[in-house]
Write a protein that binds this ligand. Structure first.
Ligand SMILES: Nc1ncnc2c1ncn2[C@@H]1O[C@H](COP(=O)(O)OP(=O)(O)OP(=O)(O)O)[C@@H](O)[C@H]1O
Ligand SMILES: [Mg+2]
Length: 504
């Protein structure tokens, strides 16, 4: 086999941070190559360098024996390198075909885009690689898995032979992961090469041909899945032993922090998204809400936060009816919220980290001093979060977008656990964080529960649901179809309930 990509001695420094140094990587043609490492290890930086988005300070990159000077993604695309980002970048109000064409080299298609020709080409790509996409469908109708297929098709449409996927499975449910992996295998059979980043060591073991471990900015090991274990991989990532997440006994109190009664929610277009939902959550309890994404979870969260109002039924949050309370009042009364999309809902990427500490918490201690914002308190508390949640950053004055994805997530979790909440709504709290950070976040959620906080945990990660929940409610098609005891339920039973299959 021949190396299709060869990276030698790559280094990239940011003010106060060495994101990459002495990086060496060889990727064989037609293989699936996984890159693993802790949050902030430099994985995304390296992939952005290979994609021409970030210019390295040192080192060389060769593709098929040719040394490349990548000045922009256009150069990378010309060399057959394509990238699917951690966050999708599709236009919602356009069709699949329009999104695929968008930004394609105009010279190839002339001034007038040849839609029929492009549609034909897209259909051929879909057929060849077994990608389930419909060129005429609107992207807004697609779930996460569908959007990802469009992103992949877009990259293939541009002629990519080397595909980079940054945490492609972080956003997928198990069934979608299987489908993605089938697609990726099909691509390698056709001679394409896949580079992908993941924190899920099980899937790395099951799908990759080669594994490269990064630690503190550099490549530290290359492994074959048949000759390694999850434990060994994790230890190479952290350079030592892993912390074990702790558990605590059940301390459920009789204080209802959340009481959802016969709630239905109808969208303005008339579609009923939630139907007759009944759920309660007590202080000192973690209630797992398990479900495949898009079954009404987002709307349920918005209802609890008072962002939208139910069409029928009532919701009491810490005893207050959300029908007559504002989101601000609900939040200030002691509700922490870890949203599922950190870049959209919970961080100002261009603001300093400490300024992000204030975001959404303007009116509560320690930030509010009368009518004024107490900057010093915000800064001090940011320092505390960075310490307690092991947020890897050169300081609290850097902009949020200077942090790696997982470290942004740790900061948000830390912020939302501050100001002594009584109810925490945690949506996919460990999306994109490494195994060590996952243990920290799980620990903090368990600590909050021991301290009497009620936690509504929305997750698609069965491991997470089983490790943390005192009770599991399953949402499917806008209804709660089961409430299960995790000690008496198998992952298979839960998986079945999540897909709406009636248990036998
Ligand atoms: N634009 C930037 N400005 C300053 N520092 C940056 C920038 N981009 C990345 N860094 C820093 O470089 C380091 C590596 O970040 P990178 O995003 O490559 O990590 P990662 O391995 O992808 O982590 P994660 O698993 O959390 O996504 C981090 O310390 C990060 O804070
Ligand atoms: Mg990353």
């Amino acid at each position: 086999m021949s190396s299709v990509v060869e990276i030698r001695g790559v280094a990239k420094r940011y003010p106060g941070v060495v994101a990459n140094h002495d990086v060496n990587l060889q990727v064989e043609k037609g293989t699936i190559h996984a890159i693993i490492g802790e949050n902030g290890a430099g994985k995304s930086t390296l992939m952005k360098i290979l994609y021409g988005m970030v210019k390295p300070d040192e080192g060389s990159i060769s593709v098929e024996g040719q040394q490349l000077l990548l000045k922009s993604p256009q150069d990378a695309i010309a060399a057959g390198i394509g990238m699917v980002h951690q966050h999708f970048m599709l236009a919602d109000n356009a069709t699949v075909l329009e999104n695929v064409i968008l930004g394609s080299e105009p010279t190839k298609f002339g001034i007038v885009i040849q839609f029929d020709q492009a549609r034909q080409k897209l259909l051929e790509i879909a057929q060849q690689y077994g990608l389930d996409i419909d060129p005429n469908q609107s992207v807004s109708e697609l779930g996460v898995g569908g959007r990802q297929r469009v992103e992949i098709a877009k990259v293939l449409f541009r002629g990519a032979k080397i595909l980079i996927l940054d945490e492609p499975t972080a956003v997928l449910v198990p069934q979608e992961v299987d489908e993605l992996f089938d697609n990726l295998k099909e691509l390698t059979k056709n001679g394409l090469t896949i580079l992908f980043i993941s924190h899920k060591l099980d899937e790395v073991l099951s799908i990759s041909d080669d594994i490269t471990v990064m630690r503190q900015g550099t490549t530290v090991a290359s492994l074959k899945p048949s000759q390694t274990t999850k434990k060994q991989m994790a230890e190479l990532m952290v350079g030592g032993e892993l912390p074990a997440p702790r558990t605590g006994e059940n301390r459920t109190s009789d204080v209802k922090v959340l009481d959802i009664k016969e709630v239905s929610y109808r969208r303005s277009d008339g579609r009923e998204i939630l139907h007759n939902v009944n759920l309660d959550l007590f202080g000192g309890e973690i209630l797992g809400l398990a479900g495949v994404e898009g079954n009404g979870q987002s709307e349920l969260i918005e209802l609890v936060l008072g962002l939208i109002k139910p069409s029928a039924g009532s919701i009491l949050v810490l005893g207050q009816d959300t029908a007559t309370t504002t989101t601000r009042e609900i939040r200030d009364s002691g509700v922490g919220y870890i949203p599922q999309d950190r870049s959209r809902d919970s961080l100002l990427m261009g603001a300093a980290l400490w300024e992000n500490r204030i975001l959404g918490h303007q009116a509560t201690a320690p930030m509010a001093k009368g009518l004024w914002i107490d900057k010093e308190a915000a800064k001090a508390d940011s320092e505390r979060i960075v310490r307690e949640y092991d947020v890897r950053t050169p300081g609290i004055n850097v902009m949020a977008n200077a942090l790696s994805g997982g470290n942004q997530q740790k900061f948000i979790v830390g912020r939302e656990m501050s100001s002594s909440p009584k109810l925490i709504v945690a949506a996919l709290p460990t999306r994109g964080v490494d195994v060590g950070a996952q243990a920290i976040i799980w620990d903090r959620l368990v600590e909050a529960r021991i301290a009497g906080v009620g936690v509504l945990l929305i997750s698609v990660d069965l491991d997470e649901i089983f490790s943390l929940s005192d009770r599991i409610a399953v949402i499917y098609n806008g209804q709660i179809v089961a409430v299960l005891d995790p000690r008496k339920t198998t992952p298979e039973e839960l998986g079945l309930a999540m897909t709406g299959a009636k248990s036998a």
